[in-house]
Design a protein around this ligand. Structure first.
Ligand code: GTR
Length: 420
């Protein structure tokens, strides 16, 4: 028997009951994946088919509205206030091989304002040189990406650590350089690519009550179908893109948005909505990111809504243990990026994020590229580890666990350099 959404929502707050529900204990058995039928990205809701590339924008808008209404929530289309950019630092970096800048992006609406700090590192070159750019989100603060004492600590409110002590978490001086392994900035700069990053907690703290301290507090309180924090993080990325578009050294036509895990979800949602991104990179984004929800393998819709009630719109909760009723699935999120480029990456041991579900989403998104005369993933067999595949839709799976490694970055650099 299926329980109604209201019944589940009511009892999801009661841990013992929630844990007894199907969909709470993760399934890792391929044979137990339910039979499912995916909505076709190339068939309108009224049943008519998209026959030519010129008709794609119409279907794309329809899919986008479905994701807004049922999954991530609607994002406000304009800012009822002002945005300012303050360049707070511009210094020579990496022994003169690069320039490091810090830009404070401040949004003010009536008497309230919020800001987040963009770290921007560009190769040193003649002023007229334009750089391909990675625009990324990070978890713990820009200062965790590199050991340099020049990188400022986050100044915005940060969620406390498990013990409730902000001072001990990595957002403080203690975290400087803590995440260097995930961010090979020297290699990126050495490839002639600029690197930009924002700490996602700076845009909006990742906590159920983070909304009060983040950018969503500048807008009307969200209703059932309005943005959650994933929407807020994606929105912040677009505001950073607005800034990058004012920098003559950034090649606006060759900017990739990249994030890992929950930030991979935010990166996909940013790239799905904002067509200025030439390449969208999802590193191990899993449920609510690149993985098909209907497979209910590893993390499920129920589980993610239970653990992170602030990430999606409230309507998404009606699909807890009810994925077949979703009018979309995540292959259509990937399809929204067409005919631009997308790179999906999985890790072999990261079963929680459902590597096969991420690959299959790339496969089922690919007909949209075919419609445009382009190669999407180009095959339906999942490749072995360390054998990237695909054309405009690229996919790789590497050995190891949920993480971002140099191997992943080598693939992303190749994908960004492949943008003509
Ligand atoms: C997990 C969550 C995943 C993923 C991950 C992360 O706890 O269940 O969806 O987002 O966090 O962001 O590291």
């Amino acid at each position: 028997m299926r329980h109604s959404a209201a019944f589940i929502a009511l009892f999801a707050a009661v841990p013992w009951f929630a844990k007894a529900q199907p969909g709470f204990t993760p399934n890792y058995d391929e044979a137990a994946v339910p039979q499912y039928q995916l909505p076709d990205p190339l068939v309108y809701e009224n049943g008519s088919a998209v026959a030519k590339a010129g008709d794609w924008p119409g279907r794309r808008s329809e899919i986008l509205s479905l994701f807004e209404k049922h999954v991530y929530g609607r994002t406000p289309s304009h800012i009822p206030g002002t945005v300012t950019y303050e360049k707070r630092k511009s210094i020579s970096f990496m022994d003169g091989k690069a320039v490091l800048e810090e830009i404070r992006i401040r949004i003010s609406v009536k008497e309230k304002s919020r800001f987040f700090d963009l770290l921007l590192i560009k190769p040193k070159a003649a002023e007229q040189t334009k750089f391909r750019t990675f625009l990324t989100l990070n978890f713990l603060g820009n200062h965790t990406l590199h050991p340099s004492p020049e990188i400022s600590l986050p100044e915005s409110w940060q969620p406390p650590n498990k013990e409730g002590i902000v001072e001990q978490n990595r957002a403080t001086e203690k975290g400087r350089g803590h995440r260097v392994a995930r961010w090979p900035i020297e290699t990126i700069i050495g490839s002639g690519i600029a690197f930009a990053s924002i700490c996602y907690n700076d845009i909006e703290p990742d906590a159920p009550d983070g909304i009060d301290k983040g950018v969503r507090a500048l807008f009307d309180p969200p209703g059932e179908g309005d943005w959650g924090s994933l929407g807020a993080w994606a929105w912040g990325v677009s505001r950073a893109m607005d800034y990058l578009a004012t920098d003559p050294q950034i090649d606006q036509k060759r900017v990739a948005v990249m994030g890992h895990s929950r930030l991979g979800k935010a990166s996909l949602w940013a790239g799905a909505q904002d067509q200025r991104f030439a390449l969208v990179i999802s590193n191990n984004s899993g449920c609510g990111g690149a993985a098909l929800s209907r497979r209910a393998f590893g993390e499920t819709v129920l589980r993610i809504n239970h653990n992170f009630p602030h990430w999606f719109c409230k309507n998404f909760r009606s699909y807890n243990n009810n994925e077949a009723k979703l009018p979309v699935d995540q292959h259509q999120l990937i399809a929204l990026i067409a005919p631009r480029r997308v790179h999906i990456a999985s890790a072999k041991e990261d079963l929680w994020a459902d590597p096969r579900g991420e690959f299959l989403a790339a496969v089922h998104a690919s007909p949209v590229w075919k419609l445009h005369g382009l190669t999407g993933i180009g095959q339906s067999e999942m490749p072995p580890i360390h054998q990237p595949v695909g054309g405009h839709v690229r996919y790789h799976i590497r050995a190891g666990v949920h993480d971002v490694t140099d191997y992943d970055w080598d693939q992303y650099i190749a994908s960004l350099l492949a943008v003509p």
